[in-house]
Design a binder for this molecule. Structure first.
Ligand SMILES: [Zn+2]
Length: 405
C-alpha cells in the first residue's frame, strides 16, 4: 500500500483489516505489524502496551449458563416434593439461584474467574498527537477501536439465544417464587385449596425451564473460530482511526491532545481497553473532567451511534457528545443515525466509562446481523459511510478543541 493512502476505505481494502485476525492467530501479529508500519510511515511514533487476555470470560459464561440450566431443573423437582418441604427447600434454591446469577455476572464482568480459562499476552497499539501549542496538560481526546475479529459457529443465534436464556431464567425464578408462596399458604391454611393455581404455575414453569435448559445445552456447543474477515467489525473502525491519526498529525488541534488506541481482545471481554485503563487508572481518573472517548466499533452500511441503553429504563450514554455528533452531522449534511439498545456496554468505551469519562460510541447497528460470521466482508462496508465518519469526527474534534478552552 502506498504511504500516501489515508482514505479509510482504501486502508481497509488493501490491508489485513479486511481479513481474519482473531487473537492468538497469525492475523493478530500481522495486524499489529501493519498498524505500527502505517503509523511510522505517517510520523506518528507508535508504541505498544502489553495486557493479559484470557478465555476465562467466554468459558465462565458457558459454565454460568450450564449452572442456570441445572438450577431450572432443580426448581421443578423441588416443587414436586411433599409440603412443606417443597416450600422451604425451594426458597433455599431461589436464594442460591439469585446469588449465582448476580455473583456470576459480576464476577465475569470483573474478571474474577481467571482460573476458568487460559491466559495470553496481547498488545494495544497506541500513538499520540500533541496539541499544536504542545501544552502538556491540555485536554485529551481518546480514540478507541478494537482491531481483533472473531467468528462464531452460530453467529445468528448467539446473542438472541443467550438473551432468551437469561430472560427465561429470570421468569423461571419469579414463577418458582410464586409457586412457593402459594404452596406455603396452601399448607398453612387448611380452608384454602391452592392446588389448581399451583398446578397451572408449575406447568408454566416447566415450559420456561425447558427453554432455559435447551438453550443452556445449546450454549455449550458455541465455539469461536477465525473465519470472519471482520471488515465491518472492526476493520472499519480501525481504518477510520488510522485515517484520523494521519490527518491530525498534519493538522493537530490547537489546545487538545489526542490519543489513539487500537485495542486487542475486545471480542473476548474488552481485555485490551480494560488493560489500558488499569495501567493508566490514576491519570484517567484525574483527567476525567477534561477528557472524552470516541469509540468507533464499526461503520458499515450506515453510520450510527448509541443514544440510550438499558434493559427497562434506558439511560443516555453521555451528556454532551451525542448532541455534538448530531450538530456536526447536521452542519456537514451527513446521515448519522442515533439508536437505542438493551445492551450498551459491550465495547471498549465501557472500560473508560467506569472511570467517569464522557464517552460516545459509533456502531452500525444494522450490521450486527452479519458480524462474527464469514459474511462480515469488505462488500458490506460502504466507502462513503467511512468517509462520513472521518469527516464527522474531524468536525467534532474542532468543536471540542474550542469548547475545552
Ligand atoms: Zn466490535
Amino acid at each position: 500500500m502506498p504511504t500516501t493512502v489515508t482514505d479509510p476505505y482504501d486502508i481497509l481494502q488493501a490491508s489485513i483489516l479486511s481479513r481474519p485476525r482473531m487473537m492468538g492467530s497469525a492475523g493478530e501479529a500481522e495486524t499489529i505489524r501493519f498498524l505500527k508500519d502505517f503509523l511510522k510511515k505517517h510520523n506518528l511514533h507508535p508504541s505498544t502496551e502489553e495486557f493479559t487476555w484470557s478465555t476465562a470470560f467466554v468459558s465462565g459464561r458457558k459454565y454460568l449458563y450450564l449452572l442456570l440450566g441445572v438450577l431450572a431443573i432443580l426448581f421443578n423437582i423441588s416443587l414436586r416434593l411433599a409440603q412443606p418441604l417443597n416450600g422451604i427447600l425451594t426458597i433455599v434454591l431461589v436464594v442460591v439461584a439469585i446469588s449465582v446469577l448476580v455473583f456470576g455476572m459480576k464476577g465475569l464482568l470483573h474478571d474474577k474467574f481467571k482460573g476458568l480459562g487460559k491466559s495470553f499476552q496481547g498488545e494495544n497499539v497506541l500513538c499520540d498527537v500533541p496539541s499544536r501549542n504542545n501544552e502538556k496538560d491540555a485536554p485529551l481526546i481518546y480514540f478507541t477501536a478494537h482491531y481483533d475479529s472473531i467468528s462464531s459457529n452460530h453467529p445468528k443465534l448467539n446473542t438472541i439465544s443467550m438473551m432468551a436464556l437469561l430472560l427465561g431464567f429470570i421468569l423461571s425464578v419469579l414463577l418458582t417464587l410464586t409457586s412457593v408462596i402459594l404452596n406455603l399458604s396452601d399448607y398453612a391454611n387448611a380452608a384454602w385449596n391452592g392446588q389448581p393455581t399451583i398446578h397451572v404455575i408449575n406447568l408454566t414453569l416447566l415450559i420456561f425451564s425447558a427453554v432455559v435448559v435447551s438453550l443452556s445445552i445449546f450454549s455449550q456447543f458455541i465455539e469461536r473460530t477465525n473465519s470472519s474477515p471482520g471488515a465491518c467489525d472492526n476493520g472499519s473502525g480501525s481504518a477510520i482511526l488510522l485515517s484520523l491519526a494521519a490527518h491530525f498529525q498534519q493538522q493537530p488541534p490547537a489546545h487538545t491532545r489526542l490519543k489513539f488506541i487500537w485495542c486487542g481482545a475486545e471480542e473476548w471481554g474488552l481485555y485490551g481497553s480494560k488493560g489500558y485503563v488499569k495501567a493508566h487508572q490514576e491519570e484517567i481518573a484525574a483527567g476525567c473532567e477534561r477528557s472524552c472517548v470516541i469509540n468507533v466499533d464499526m461503520v458499515g452500511s450506515e453510520l450510527a451511534y448509541l443514544q440510550k441503553s438499558g434493559f427497562i429504563f434506558q439511560k443516555p450514554l453521555n451528556k454532551q457528545l451525542n448532541v455534538l455528533i448530531a450538530q456536526c452531522a447536521e452542519e456537514a449534511d451527513i446521515a448519522a443515525r442515533p439508536f437505542n439498545s438493551v445492551i450498551g456496554g459491550n465495547s471498549d468505551h465501557a472500560s473508560f466509562q467506569k472511570e467517569k469519562v464522557e464517552v460516545c460510541f459509533f456502531l452500525s447497528n444494522k450490521d450486527t446481523k452479519i458480524i462474527h460470521s464469514p459474511q462480515d466482508t469488505i462488500e458490506k462496508v460502504k466507502p462513503e459511510k467511512m468517509a462520513d465518519a472521518v469527516e464527522l469526527i474531524k468536525r467534532m474534534v474542532t468543536k471540542l478543541d474550542k469548547q475545552f478552552l
